[in-house]
Design a protein around this ligand. Structure first.
Ligand SMILES: Cc1cc2nc3c(=O)[nH]c(=O)nc-3n(C[C@H](O)[C@H](O)[C@H](O)COP(=O)(O)OP(=O)(O)OC[C@H]3O[C@@H](n4cnc5c(N)ncnc54)[C@H](O)[C@@H]3O)c2cc1C
Length: 512
């Protein structure tokens, strides 16, 4: 970076969610409006659109939006947002038999803990035939979401609630809102299409060229150009690592249909329904349903996937517009090379399951903001960034694979997913250990995790995984206290169903 007497320029190529979120975050973090020697510019092509999908998020988005100074109600109104309390998984462990569906919930709320002790072993030791599903036994959020209640009441403070939550929103509208906020914070916006990248003798970017506005130079170039990876794709050593051998999905068909009549209840969770070679998502926005079919093209044809989507959407939508989005699960092994760092789809994408696109952007931009040196070489922060992002992607691969490899479904896609050769060694090692004890916090390196040990517990026990604690039953003597706590959670749940407003009512009130 240049010394203080020269301008420090950060050039972000791409005006999708990644570009504008990165711009707004850096502008806020670096105090751009009060620093005349700093310049943050977003270069966006007037001809290449944004991907426009990515409607489900993670609870971290609340602190990010709050940090950016975006009013929560305004955000909800302007992006057609709804509340998300987790994901309801249908037919993942077993295929449905007629109208009989296997289902489980992955809530955002952690299991209820008392000082230092966990209810999980006591749930594991209960009689399987009579016990409640795991998520229902250890948190109230499963019941709250099942009853289509909101996670908070109207008078509660912005971004705060008794229950953890995220949102569903219209991705195009979010990019627009972030762009507006970034400009308020002092970010410059240039409409031009990048046409070339010139490297210097050391392999760093010397300048970039555009079709409409000539050349641009900067001290740091941030590649937010989406799957095109216009900058990082030119950098030496930023090879793309495919994880297709572990995560088979490589295509998505997406569509939007008008929402149901306003008297019907509104889900406050994403619904993820497994099918013969992947899964479909359903996201209830304010006024629309976002639906997508994710699949492996090695296991079914595009025509079959389109049929699965049509069957899911139901009759009456014959003219709906469907987009097909191909992708390859994977990431760049080095996402920061010299003076170029990739954020968003240009850095990598695994698949839509568990909504990890935006949370990876938040993680990357948070690190860039803190690690970017005021002057001098960037090699050391780049190395650390690469190490942490690689670990983060690898950990997410493990977590996503867990959803697939534990299934008993009979179709080839699911049997291939359960084959040992397709399961990462680290995950296979953990699964062996979890046969005899539940996941715990020391299984994970906290700074590189997106999902905590309890997220693994929700998926494992939701999918019917067996952890056999019977040999250690004597080590868990506080059965009576545990039973009282389970009863207390149930009472809290009863109360919450009375106290919390319906999800639709709260969304309507915010939009009124
Ligand atoms: C099927 C699918 C489902 C997903 N679901 C989720 C989800 O539920 N939750 C989630 O968090 N994430 C999800 N994601 C990921 C999410 O969509 C992305 O992480 C997010 O939208 C960020 O995209 P982006 O900004 O990196 O790329 P894009 O939105 O593609 O933006 C790229 C930008 O770069 C610009 N650009 C490209 N080339 C040039 C050029 N030559 N010159 C100038 N500008 C250029 C374009 O104009 C555009 O502004 C999903 C992704 C897919 C594919």
């Amino acid at each position: 970076m240049q010394t203080n007497d020269k301008k420090r320029r950060i050039l972000i190529v791409g005006g999708g969610t990644a570009g504008w979120l990165t711009a707004a975050y850096l502008a806020k973090f670096l105090g751009l409006s009060e620093r005349s020697h700093l310049e943050v510019t977003v270069l966006e092509s007037p001809d290449i659109g944004v991907i426009g999908v990515g409607e489900g998020t993670f609870p971290t988005i609340r602190s990010t939006l709050q940090f950016l100074g975006i009013d929560e109600r305004r955000f909800i109104r302007e992006t057609s947002a709804t509340f998300k309390q987790g994901i309801r998984f249908m037919d993942w462990a077993q295929a449905s038999i007629g109208a009989d569906h296997h289902q489980f919930f992955h809530p955002f709320e952690a299991p209820f803990y008392t000082e230092g002790s966990s209810l999980v072993p006591y749930w594991l030791l209960q009689d399987e035939s009579g016990r409640l599903p795991f998520a229902q036994a250890v948190t109230i959020q499963d019941r709250v979401a099942a009853a289509q209640r909101a996670p908070k009441r109207a008078h509660e403070a912005a971004y705060a609630a008794p229950l953890s939550y995220a949102y569903h929103f219209d991705a195009v509208k979010l990019a627009k809102l972030l762009a507006e906020r970034a400009r308020e914070l002092g970010v410059k916006h240039v409409e031009a299409t990048l046409s070339g990248v010139s490297l210097d003798a050391a392999g760093a970017i010397a300048h970039i060229s555009t079709l409409q506005r000539g050349n641009f130079e900067a001290e740091l170039y941030i590649d937010c150009s989406g799957l095109r990876a216009e900058l990082i794709g030119q950098m030496q050593g930023a090879t793309f690592k495919s994880v297709r051998r572990q995560l088979f999905a490589d295509r998505a068909l997406t569509c939007k249909v008008a929402a149901e009549p306003s008297d019907r209840a509104m889900e406050s969770c994403t619904v993820a329904t497994a099918h013969e070679a992947g899964w479909t998502w359903e996201i209830g926005l304010n006024g629309a349903r976002g639906i997508g079919c994710v699949y492996s093209s090695d296991h079914i044809s595009d025509e079959r996937a389109a049929q699965i989507l049509r069957d899911y959407v139901g009759p009456g939508h014959a003219d709906m517009a469907v987009r097909r989005i191909p992708f390859e699960a994977g990431y760049r092994e080095r996402q920061w090379v010299k003076n170029c760092v990739a954020v968003g789809l240009s850095a990598g994408f695994l698949e839509p399951l568990e909504s990890t696109g935006l949370v990876l952007i938040e993680a990357a931009v948070g690190m860039i903001a803190e690690m970017l040196p005021h002057s001098g070489p960037m090699d050391a922060p780049a190395r650390r960034f690469n190490e942490l992002m690689k670990a983060r992607f690898d950990n997410i691969v493990n977590f996503l694979k867990l959803h697939y490899c534990l299934s008993d479904r009979p179709e080839p896609f699911w049997r291939d997913n359960a084959a040992r050769a397709t399961i990462p060694d680290r995950l296979a090692d953990l699964l062996e250990q979890w046969k005899l004890r539940p996941p715990g916090r020391f299984d994970f390196m906290l700074d590189t995790e997106t999902f905590a040990f309890f997220n693994y517990q929700y998926i494992l026990y939701g999918m019917g995984f067996k952890t056999d604690l019977s040999a250690g039953r004597a080590d868990f003597p506080q059965v009576a206290q545990a039973e009282q706590l389970f009863a207390k959670i149930k009472r809290f749940g009863d109360r919450a169903l009375v106290d919390l407003p319906s999800h639709r009512a709260l969304i309507q009130q915010i939009n009124a």
